[in-house]
Design a protein around this ligand. Structure first.
Ligand SMILES: Cc1cc2nc3c(=O)[nH]c(=O)nc-3n(C[C@H](O)[C@H](O)[C@H](O)COP(=O)(O)OP(=O)(O)OC[C@H]3O[C@@H](n4cnc5c(N)ncnc54)[C@H](O)[C@@H]3O)c2cc1C
Length: 296
C-alpha cells in the first residue's frame, strides 16, 4: 500500500510472487489450528436468526443414493415423490467377502503340482468354484428364500502372487468373493451366522484344495451387514444399488434424476449409484464433474 518498512512512497516486491503473501497468512493460520479448504465453491450462506451461521459447499456425494438422500438430508427438504422413488430404490446385497491370511498356497486336487513345490499358473488366476449352471441356480434358490447358499459360488484370488509386499515372505492373502448371501435373512442374523457360514465356505474349498484349513492363519468374514457397517453401503450392496434394468441408464438412481444433479441445488451424486455405476471405473465421477462444470 505504498509503504515499505515504515517508508511511504515505496512499493515492495514479494519474493516468490504475490501468492506468497496469501501462503504466509495461511501458514500462520494453520499453525494456530485453522483448517483452510480450497477448491470448495460455496453454494449458499446459511442464515438463521438474522446471523450467518455457516456455508453450504457445492457437494458431490459418492455415498449410495439411499444414504445420501434419506440419511444425510432431511426428507422434508425434498419433493415427496422423489423421496418415495429413492425409498423404492432396491439396494440389498447378496455378496459376501472372506479374506484369508495364509501361510502357504492352496493345493488343488484338480491341478496338482503347484504348491508346496511352488506356485502354479492357476494361483495367479481368478479361480471359480462353480461347477455348473444348475449349481448357480441352486445357490440362488437358497437366497430367494432368505438363506445363505448352502453351496455358494466362489471366486478366489491371491493378490500376493502379484504384490509380495502385502504379506510377510512365504505368506499369502486370499480373497474370496462369493454369492449368494442375502442381506435380509429369513432366520437368524448375520452376527450369528457369520462364522458358521465362513466355516461352511472353508469346508467347500477343502473339497477342492484339501490343505486349505491347515494354511489359514487368520480369517475375516464380511457379510452384507458387515459391508454396510464398515463401508457405509446401505444394504451391503456392492454396487450401491441393484444393477437391474429399471435401475440403470436414465433410471439410475431414479427416473428424472440420472444426470448427477439432484433436487437440491449444489448437491450432485457421483458414485456407483449414478450411471454407469457400479464398479471401480470412475465414470460416474468423471461425468458428474463435467455436469458440475457445466453449471458454473
Ligand atoms: C466385496 C466387494 C467386491 C467388489 N468387487 C468389485 C470388482 O471386482 N470390480 C469392480 O469394478 N467393483 C467391485 N466392487 C464395487 C466397487 O468397489 C464399488 O462400485 C466402488 O468402490 C464404488 O465407489 P464409490 O466411490 O462410488 O463409493 P465407495 O467406494 O462406497 O465410497 C463411498 C465412501 O463414502 C464413505 N462414507 C459413507 N458414509 C459416509 C458418511 N456419512 N460420511 C462420510 N463418508 C461416508 C464410505 O466410507 C466410503 O469410503 C466390489 C465391492 C465390494 C464391497
Amino acid at each position: 500500500m505504498g509503504g515499505v518498512a515504515g517508508h511511504r512512497g515505496l512499493w515492495g516486491f514479494v519474493r516468490g510472487g504475490m501468492g506468497t503473501v496469501a501462503e504466509a497468512i495461511a501458514a500462520s493460520a494453520r499453525a494456530k489450528g485453522v483448517e483452510i479448504r480450497v477448491n470448495a465453491p460455496v453454494a449458499k450462506v446459511l442464515v438463521r436468526g438474522g446471523r450467518a451461521r455457516g456455508v453450504v459447499l457445492e457437494v458431490a456425494s459418492n455415498l449410495d443414493p439411499k444414504r445420501t438422500f434419506l440419511r444425510l438430508l432431511d426428507p422434508a427438504d425434498l419433493d415427496p415423490e422423489f423421496v418415495r422413488a429413492i425409498r423404492n430404490f432396491r439396494i440389498e446385497g447378496t455378496s459376501c467377502k472372506i479374506n484369508l491370511a495364509l501361510n502357504g498356497l492352496p493345493e488343488f486336487t484338480a491341478y496338482p503340482g503347484g504348491a508346496p513345490s511352488g506356485p502354479g499358473p492357476h494361483h495367479k488366476a481368478t479361480m471359480h468354484i462353480c461347477p455348473s449352471i444348475e449349481y448357480v441356480e441352486r445357490a440362488w434358490d437358497d437366497a430367494k428364500y432368505g438363506r445363505a447358499s448352502e453351496r455358494p459360488l466362489l471366486e478366489l484370488t491371491i493378490p500376493t502372487m502379484y504384490d509380495a509386499s502385502l504379506a510377510p515372505p512365504g505368506k499369502h492373502i486370499m480373497g474370496i468373493f462369493l454369492q449368494y448371501a442375502p442381506y435380509t435373512l429369513r432366520e437368524g442374523t448375520w452376527d450369528e451366522l457369520r462364522e458358521p457360514f465362513g466355516d461352511r465356505v472353508i469346508s467347500l474349498i477343502e473339497e477342492y484344495a484339501p490343505n486349505i484349513r491347515r494354511i489359514i492363519e487368520h480369517r475375516q468374514v464380511l457379510s452384507p451387514l458387515d459391508l454396510e457397517r464398515r463401508f457405509g453401503i446401505t444394504g451391503g450392496n456392492i454396487f450401491h444399488g441393484e444393477m437391474s434394468l429399471d435401475q440403470m441408464f436414465m433410471m439410475r438412481p431414479v427416473a428424472g434424476w440420472a444426470r448427477y444433479r439432484t433436487p437440491v441445488a449444489g448437491l450432485y451424486l457421483c458414485g456407483s449409484g449414478a450411471h454407469p455405476g457400479g464398479g471401480v471405473m470412475g465414470a460416474p465421477g468423471f461425468n458428474c464433474a463435467r455436469e458440475m462444470l457445466k453449471q458454473r
